[in-house]
Design a protein around this ligand. Structure first.
Ligand code: SF4
Ligand SMILES: [Zn+2]
Ligand SMILES: [Zn+2]
Length: 308
């Protein structure tokens, strides 16, 4: 197969775009898709101070690299979750990556915060992922606010977004449907959140990471129950094979026509936010989720009889 642009031998075939590219032309195509995604949804400008959440996975590193190449003012943020089987490997991948490209990096260590994930897990009677997600969101937002960053960027791609949208739709979850999209504006003490990779797929991002030589020594989290939304993602792989381009149509159609319907409903039903009584973080529950986790840990530590 030949590259559509320069007629050299193609290395990446993209059926949903009905095309194929050589390495150089693919990298250019990828950059244009990201640029278009940023401009179409007005995600950010080169004047913004952007904090990029770096887990150590290829998507987040690819995002940092591409935003840096496009001249955005980016700083990395890594949350070290304190999980012995996976966190040291993730942290060293991120540190090496930022050192190699000269990107500034902030690391927040959950052990120092008394919130290492194995410790949090030991007091829970359910999977730790929801608490872990809460902790990560808390420190992303807190680090952005304290550090003067006005945009927080994550590496979610079109497959992540479509699977999440399908899941929210299957549950008709109005609160999530009204909020979903590549840009969530800053409000009530939350920094603006953006997903500049919303126009590119997991496959395209993996090709980009490979062609750019991004190191991939990511150790999976031992508490992971498989890739998130894996069933919905594989449904979409089948659908996209039968109907190339449907994934993008579905997601873009939602952004253009669906989301505002849910936003109208949610405005009437939405819960009011106020600062957490302990730490000032915005919450609808008096005390925020992370302060509640801290309180539960303190209670458990003060009670040697607890058997969990
Ligand atoms: S899989 Fe691991 S890192 Fe991911 S949310 Fe769950 S506990 Fe946290
Ligand atoms: Zn080419
Ligand atoms: Zn709090």
């Amino acid at each position: 197969m030949k590259c559509r642009r320069c007629k050299a031998e193609a290395v990446v075939s993209l059926p949903s775009h009905n095309t194929a590219f050589c390495a150089d032309c693919f990298l250019e195509f990828f950059s244009r898709q990201v640029d278009r995604g940023i401009h179409e949804q007005k995600l950010m400008t080169r004047e913004d101070h952007v904090l990029v959440a770096l887990s150590g996975g290829k998507d987040s590193l690819a995002l940092m690299l591409e935003l840096g190449r496009q001249g955005y003012n980016v700083t990395g943020l890594h949350i070290d979750l304190g999980i012995p089987q996976s966190s040291p490997a993730a942290r060293s991948v991120v540190e090496r990556f930022c050192a190699k490209y000269g990107f500034p990096l902030i690391v927040r260590d959950m052990k120092n915060e008394g919130l290492a994930i194995p410790k949090v897990k030991s007091m829970l009677h359910r999977p730790v992922c929801s608490a872990c997600g809460k902790i990560k969101r808390y420190f992303f937002n807190q680090t952005a606010r304290k550090g003067g960053f006005n945009v927080l960027a994550t590496g979610h791609n079109l497959d992540d977004e479509t699977a999440r949208l399908t899941s929210n739709t299957l549950r008709w979850d109005i609160a999530y449907l009204s909020d979903q999209g590549p840009r969530l504006d800053d409000a009530d003490g939350f920094t603006r959140k953006v997903k500049p990779f919303w126009r590119v797929t997991e496959f395209e991002t993996a090709n980009y990471a490979f062609l750019m030589g991004i190191e991939n020594h990511y150790a999976p989290c031992p508490y992971s129950q498989g890739a998130s939304f894996s069933t919905l993602k594989s449904l979409w792989i089948d659908l996209e094979e039968q109907m190339p381009g449907r994934k993008m149509n579905f997601y873009q159609g939602f952004l253009e026509r669906g989301r505002k319907v849910f936003q109208g409903v949610e405005e009437k039903q939405g819960e009011a936010l106020a600062p957490c009584e302990r730490c000032g973080y915005p919450t609808s529950a008096g005390m925020c989720g992370v302060c509640r986790i801290r309180e539960a840990l303190a209670e458990k530590e003060g009670c040697p009889e607890t058997d969990s």
